[in-house]
Design a protein around this ligand. Sequence first.
Ligand code: ATP
Ligand code: MG
Length: 328
Amino acid sequence: MSERILTGIKPTGQLTLGNYIAVLKNLRSMMDRGECFIFIADLHALTLPIDPEVLRQNSIDLAAFYLAAGLDPNRSALFLQSSVSAHAELNAIMQNFLYMGELSRMTQFKDKSAKMKESAIGLGLFAYPVLMACDIILYDATIVPVGEDQVQHVELTRDLVNRINNRYGDILTMPKAELRKVGKRIMSLSDPTVKMSKSDPKGDIFLKDEPAVIRKKIMSAVTDSGSEVKFDPENKPGISNLLTIYSAMKDISIEEAEERFKESRYGDFKKAVADAVIEELEPFQARYKEIVANKSYEKALRDGAEKASAIANKTLKRVQKAVGLLQE
Ligand code: ATP
Ligand code: MG
């Protein structure tokens, strides 16, 4: 059986190089491996306060970025999460099968709510993993390519699938998180001990940054004491992060990248990293601009929502029936 692959990004802010390496760069090979459902997680974007106009604009941007990265709407389904109502409907059922205790152990919830007053934390932020489990389950996804930060949520989805299948018979497909070998966690350029993240944009490389800005950010990235270009995340987090970025851009192993720069000084190494990122992003940005201008994302999203709904509604029906909801 060919694989069913599900992947999504939240339109919460400007996309970063972390998102590119985790998701966008792999779209072409994903489509070769199986049937892909690729979505814009706009409902998830509402879990933290966001301006409506910004959300709309980010959603368009994200659709255009997916297409610029090589997503072929004829071979896969590209859609807005909110256009497929089965996500919200399945969520209403599944929220009864995941428990407060396990949800409060999710590190993403802990991280994101840490700086907030309790009275300002929405229920949606806490319940985020329930909806994410539904996103995965609806398409009978077998593979969910993610960065390291999302592995815990996919594990929780697996627990849920087991729970439902034990109780109601084998009605759901078991998904599996898949991590890239290189680049599962791209770190901030200004603080290589924290993840590069679009909702906390310090030290990010944005996919819309001009080449000159990208170069400047990389040349001024925080590095470590010493002068050797060596992969050692504990003692050399800055250099290790740049090595990871370089390896991901060039599709080579970390060892191979280390070997290339073993005689180099930090400055020359950083210049090579900047060249590699710019070489990859410049043509990508040109395609993105063209897609935004010709609005080809509109038809792709419409067709994608139709394709996705057909599959999602079948799963939803199966679950509704199993739990005892009367279906005409
Ligand atoms: P937010 O701050 O809103 O959570 P984000 O940058 O973490 O934004 P998400 O929409 O949460 O982006 O995640 C989209 C995908 O990008 C996920 O697969 C996630 O694992 C991956 N990802 C996000 N940040 C990184 C990173 N720094 N390194 C590698 N993968 C990442
Ligand atoms: Mg995130």
